[in-house]
Design a protein around this ligand. Structure first.
Ligand code: NAD
Length: 494
């Protein structure tokens, strides 16, 4: 029997009121059940929001460094448990053990980074135009927040939300993805062990259409931090707009890597293979378009195919495996459908394009690494996020066109250019409509001290991580203290 886990509400581990449960299974081996989890509904969300509301006043009045110290302790706990968490992550969502370790490390790094922010939490001082009047800005928490996360970074993405919410003085209800409830539970356990007071962070497991919707709709929730698909993000942003709730959106993308004739092809090929196929292409920053200059195209393509053909596909716990399974059956079908769309649209399938079956593959969701050639910018496979191990080459013969193609989707998260031409480097930096731009580096692999987020339909202008992280969870308050002993009027009014 699989172990039964619970929600965490008001400092207690509790079952869903309905008593219903759902299972988390290993995408490399569907027979392995990692646990069963509460299938929560609106009543559980309501209890969690109530607990967060009850905890809010004391928490917002707790000194910021004291709030942040919990993050330091939680980071040390994750550091101690890193290997165990990484292994469970690979079993719960599939990616290779190396990448799972990176995910946990990113969580640890950001907990430490945000712990430091607790001793900064800077505001500004400004001059007043009047005598004996002092002006400054301070941050104010936005209140109870809902944190909704995807499954592809089960520790790092929740930490990007939970840590700044804690430092900001918000209390929160965290609704993790239904595909990674175990890792979410272990993360929340670490924060409990770190001494976080009851109600400051609450965990409600379940599905988007029930627990997720109830959280977004709840009147007690003042802000929603969402990472996931454009489709769901749009629905949430519309609701938040009507209710005048703060919302931050980190959504899909169609990232691009440009290869110019002077590129170091060894590096460009390796970056393309890593960017397209790490986490089986299920990163929001995955390299799903390769815009390659005609002068480099033949050699680049040959070398990329050679590199991809050497990739071992299998269970992420096997250290030799480079390409692990995709998250679930539904996602596997979606990726396979996109491959068919690509063929019908006239792209040339160079390698892959199929589900892997047979020995070692029968119980998992495995798709061969897939590369298309002759992809054109208007094709659906060049425009829509596939979120699987599929990439395609688009040809170009000059930088203006390469940049135009790069910008030609509705998304704008991560873009890269491989070149040593200084003019092309700075033109790319200036003209690419992406929140993250790399020069001679892969599109994946963001570092926590840099702001993370995208332009256009990838988001709504917010950034996670980096110095901007606190903006998601705080309001700016302008404060003026008049010690003149008079009622002074600004703008020169007598
Ligand atoms: P998803 O949108 O299906 O689900 C994300 C989360 O939202 C889950 O917890 C889900 O239960 C919940 N949810 C679903 N419907 C909901 C609703 N109507 N109301 C409230 N909550 C709801 O996305 P996913 O499949 O988990 O993740 C993959 C997507 O996430 C991809 O599009 C990927 O690009 C994106 N992503 C973006 C970033 C980024 O920072 N830009 C990072 C990682 C993933």
């Amino acid at each position: 029997m699989a172990e039964e886990y619970r929600n965490y509400i008001g400092g207690k581990w509790v079952a869903a009121e309905s008593g219903e449960m759902f299972e988390s299974r290993n995408p490399a081996n569907r027979d392995e059940v990692l646990g069963s989890f509460p299938h929560s509904g609106p009543e559980d969300v309501d209890a969690a929001v109530q607990a967060a509301e009850d905890a809010y006043r004391d928490w917002m009045l707790t000194p910021v460094p004291e709030r942040a110290d919990h993050l330091m302790r939680a980071g040390l706990i994750l550091e101690r448990r890193k290997e165990e968490l990484a292994e469970l992550m690979t079993r719960e969502m599939g990616k290779t053990l190396k990448e799972s370790r990176g995910d946990v490390q990113e969580g640890i790094d950001f907990l430490f980074y945000m712990a430091g922010e607790g001793r900064r939490f800077f505001g500004h001082t400004m001059p007043s135009e009047l005598k004996n009047k002092f002006s400054m800005t301070v941050r104010h928490p936005i209140g109870v927040v809902g944190l909704i996360a995807p499954w592809n970074f089960p520790i790092a993405i929740p930490v990007w939300k939970i840590a700044p919410a804690i430092v900001a003085g918000c209390t929160s209800v965290f609704k993790p993805a239904q595909d990674t409830p175990l890792l979410a539970t272990l993360l929340v356990q670490s924060l409990e062990e770190a001494g976080l007071p009851a109600g400051v962070l609450n965990l409600v497991h379940g599905f988007g259409r029930e627990a997720g919707v109830a959280l977004v709709d709840h009147e007690g929730v003042r802000g929603v931090s969402f990472t996931g698909s454009l489709e769901v993000g749009r629905q949430i942003a519309e609701k938040c707009g009507r209710a005048m709730k703060r919302c931050s959106m980190e959504l899909g993308s169609k990232n691009v890597l440009i290869v110019m004739p002077d590129a170091d092809l060894d590096l460009a090929v390796e970056a393309s293979a890593w960017g397209a196929f790490a986490t089986s292409g299920q990163r929001c920053t995955a390299t799903s378009r390769l815009v390659v200059h005609d002068a480099a195209r033949k050699e680049f393509t040959e070398r990329l195919l050679e590199r991809v053909s050497g990739m071992k596909v299998g269970n992420g716990l096997d250290p030799e495996v480079e390409l692990a399974p995709v998250i679930n059956e539904q996602q596997k079908q979606r990726v396979l459908e996109y491959i068919e769309v690509g063929k019908k649209e006239g792209a040339t399938l160079l390698t892959g394009g199929e589900e892997l079956t047979g020995d070692g593959y029968d119980k998992g969701n495995f798709i061969a690494p897939t590369v298309f050639d002759d992809m054109t910018p208007d094709m659906r496979i060049a425009q829509e996020e596939i979120f699987g191990p599929v990439t395609g080459i688009i040809r170009t013969d000059e930088i203006d066109e390469a940049l135009r193609i790069a910008n030609s989707t509705q998304y704008g998260l991560s873009a890269s250019i491989y070149t040593h031409d200084i003019t092309n480097v700075f033109r790319a930096i200036q003209e690419l409509e992406f929140g993250i731009v790399y020069v001679n580096a892969p599109t994946i692999g963001a570092e926590i001290q840099l702001p993370f987020g995208g332009m256009k339909s990838t988001g709504n202008g917010h950034r996670e991580a980096g110095p901007q992280a606190l903006d998601e969870f705080t309001e700016w308050k302008a404060v003026s203290v008049d010690f003149s002993g008079k009622v002074q009027k600004a703008q020169g009014i007598d």
